[in-house]
Each structure stands twice: as C-alpha cells, then as structure tokens.
Write a protein that binds this ligand. Structure first.
Ligand code: IDP
Length: 138
C-alpha cells in the first residue's frame, strides 16, 4: 500500500474543478486519507518546489501557487504514486493525453491544475511538509 501527495492548484480551485479531480481518483479506487483547503504562503511553496529553485520558472511557479487557495490531499492505494501520475497526465498539457486531467482540462504548463508526487520518497517528504500526522487517517 502506497500514499501520495496530491494538490489541486489555485487554477483548479478557481475553475471549480475540485469535485471533478477528486471524482477521478475516487472512481479509480484510491482512498482519500487526508484533505484540506489552504492558502499556501511563500515559505511553504518554496519548500514544496525546492528541487526547482535554480530553474528559470521558479519565481513564476511560487507566485502562481501562492496566488490563491489550494486543496491538499493524501491518497492511498496500491502503486498510488504511479496511478495518480497516470490520471494527472504529462506536465505540459500539450503532451497530456485526452482522458487525463491535464489532457482534458488544461492548456498551459504553469496552470496545469494539479500536482502529484513523482516518487514514493518525494511523496513522504511532501506529505510531511503539508500535513501533521494526526490530520491523516490510519
Ligand atoms: P509535474 O508537476 O508534472 O511533476 P515538474 O517537472 O515537477 O512537473 O514541475 C513542477 C511544476 O512546475 C509543473 O507542474 C509546472 O506547473 C511547472 N513547470 C515545469 N516545467 C515548467 C516550464 O518549463 N515552464 C514553466 N513552468 C514549468
């Protein structure tokens, strides 16, 4: 059993796509074990995207993610990391297959609606960054 960190980014909340995105993970058969609506501050956003600190788009990315409320979630299931990445689709919506969240609803690489951890190790770090242990189901 695996856990992964998923976030509906500010564009997804703004566009009222939270329900649609949650529905897709539920329908797949994953189990929601934690969920909250919050407005991330710069420190949290910079920590979350720390691996991208040297990239040219880092400031734009942090500005975007702190620009409105997000829905932070933890989903659990067999191979949850890879399964949720498959449902989310490629980073650039141009490459995201129809049927994926980004393929169906996004057009641009920054406003690509949803984040999903890219490995089990990253998932553990991101879950610990966004949630206290008592906020998650056992
Ligand atoms: P992922 O979200 O599909 O895992 P990452 O490579 O981890 O993709 O990048 C994190 C986020 O940074 C992406 O979701 C996207 O919003 C943004 N991003 C990635 N590459 C670019 C880029 O080349 N230009 C602008 N934004 C980018």
């Amino acid at each position: 059993m695996e856990r992964t960190f998923i976030m509906v980014k500010p564009d997804g909340v703004e566009r009222r796509l939270v329900g649609e995105i949650v529905r897709r993970f539920e329908q797949k058969g994953l189990r929601l074990v934690g969920m909250k609506l919050l407005w991330p501050d710069r420190e949290l956003a910079e920590n979350h995207y720390a691996v991208h600190r040297e990239r040219p788009f880092f400031q734009d990315l942090v500005n975007f993610i702190t620009g409105g409320p997000v829905v932070a979630m933890v989903w659990e299931g067999p191979n949850a990391v890879r399964l949720t990445r498959a449902l989310i689709g490629a980073t650039n919506p141009l490459d995201a297959a129809p049927g994926t969240i980004r393929g169906d609803f996004a057009t641009e690489i920054t406003t690509n609606l949803v984040h999903g951890s890219d490995s089990v190790e990253t998932a553990e770090k991101e879950i610990a960054l966004w949630f206290r242990p008592e906020e998650l189901l056992r």
